[in-house]
Design a protein around this ligand. Structure first.
Ligand code: FUB
Length: 325
């Protein structure tokens, strides 16, 4: 039996996307992008995604109303940002809540930045500079059992991941193609206050069942954007969007830095181009937070956040969700 608000837009007063859900002090907090209505034509660089601020959503329980807590951070208050406040995540450490977010710097390059608050819903105070050595989009944070904070991130095309293959930013860099290994997300250890990387970001590998890296042409399985990491019975599960084929897939590993072995599909495509999710344990059940474009009738950059129950077997296998069944 589904809950009453399951698979429905959680808020309807604003457009929201890319939900990173967490339980802090027994309450559910969702850190989404705040989509804005803009008459910008869709393109492969995601220029239509012109978000300017973050609103944190909260729910006392899965059955309670979802509350929009207002502006938690605006781009005008972040000295290094020029535009496009894309998919964020957050973590709690040493009494502080840290929001980690991507945005374009004044040179049009995507970087990650952090901002800190005493409250899970902000307002957040940003650091003056982006995280040194950071690039690309879609940060997702795992605090491991030993307390170390890990950051996964990266996105192809508009997310600029391909543009860093030579070690520096090259907007003309060609995309891996055909049998070449696909690019994986980046992995780095983050300082407890979110201000710096403690290790240099490096790519994690996603391998097929025979141990070979997934190929760039394998668009049904290769990484595109939107990483998330959850742990289940000591194993690490990297999930992500396949972008062009619109699936959410997952891969399993025994270390936070991989390698990860491709396991399967978590969710079939939703209405809209992008698909982006988070996975969170609430009580003794697992839930998938995701978005689609139902609220706007299919406008790609006017999305709405939803959740649904996720069935994870004892051995970590995840049942595929058909979002409109
Ligand atoms: O919201 C902007 C971008 O769309 C995100 O960074 C991607 O993951 C995709 O959802």
């Amino acid at each position: 039996m589904r809950r009453e608000n399951e698979r429905k837009p959680l808020v309807t007063n604003i457009y929201t996307a890319d939900p990173s859900a967490h339980v802090f002090d027994g309450k559910i907090y969702i850190y989404p992008s705040h989509d804005v209505e803009r008459d910008v034509p869709d393109d492969d660089d995601g220029d239509q995604y012109m978000m300017e601020d973050y609103h944190i959503l909260s729910m006392d329980s899965l059955d309670a109303p979802c509350v929009d807590n207002g502006v938690a951070l605006h781009q005008d208050n972040v000295p290094w940002v020029s535009k496009q406040m894309w998919a964020p995540d957050a973590f709690y450490k040493n009494g502080k809540y840290v929001l980690v977010f991507p945005a374009k710097d004044k040179d049009g390059i995507f970087r990650l930045g952090s901002a800190v608050s005493d409250s899970p819903v902000g307002p957040f105070t940003p650091y003056e500079h982006p995280i040194a050595g950071s690039y690309s989009i879609d940060p997702a944070i795992l605090i491991d059992d030993d307390g170390k904070v890990y950051c996964y991130n990266g996105g192809l095309w508009g997310g600029q991941l391909e543009m860093w293959q030579s070690g520096h930013f090259n907007p003309d860099e060609r995309r891996p193609a055909g049998h070449e290994p696909a690019l994986g997300p980046l992995f780095a250890q983050l300082s407890d206050d979110g201000s710096a990387f403690l290790t240099e970001p490096r790519q994690v590998q996603i391998l097929d069942e025979s141990g070979h890296p997934l190929e760039a042409q394998d668009e049904d399985r290769r990484y595109f954007e939107g990483p998330w990491m959850h742990k289940h019975h000591g194993k690490y599960y990297l999930s992500y969007s396949t972008g062009t084929t619109h699936y959410i897939c997952y891969a399993e590993g025994s270390s936070p830095e991989g390698p990860f072995i491709y396991k399967g599909r978590i969710m079939e495509p939703v209405l809209g181009w992008t698909t982006h999710h988070s996975i969170v344990e609430i009580g003794d059940e697992w839930y998938l937070f995701y978005h689609d474009c139902e609220l706007s009738g299919g406008v790609t950059h006017e999305r709405c956040v939803k959740y649904t129950k996720l069935n994870i077997a004892e051995d970590g296998t995840i049942e595929t969700i058909h979002p409109y069944d």
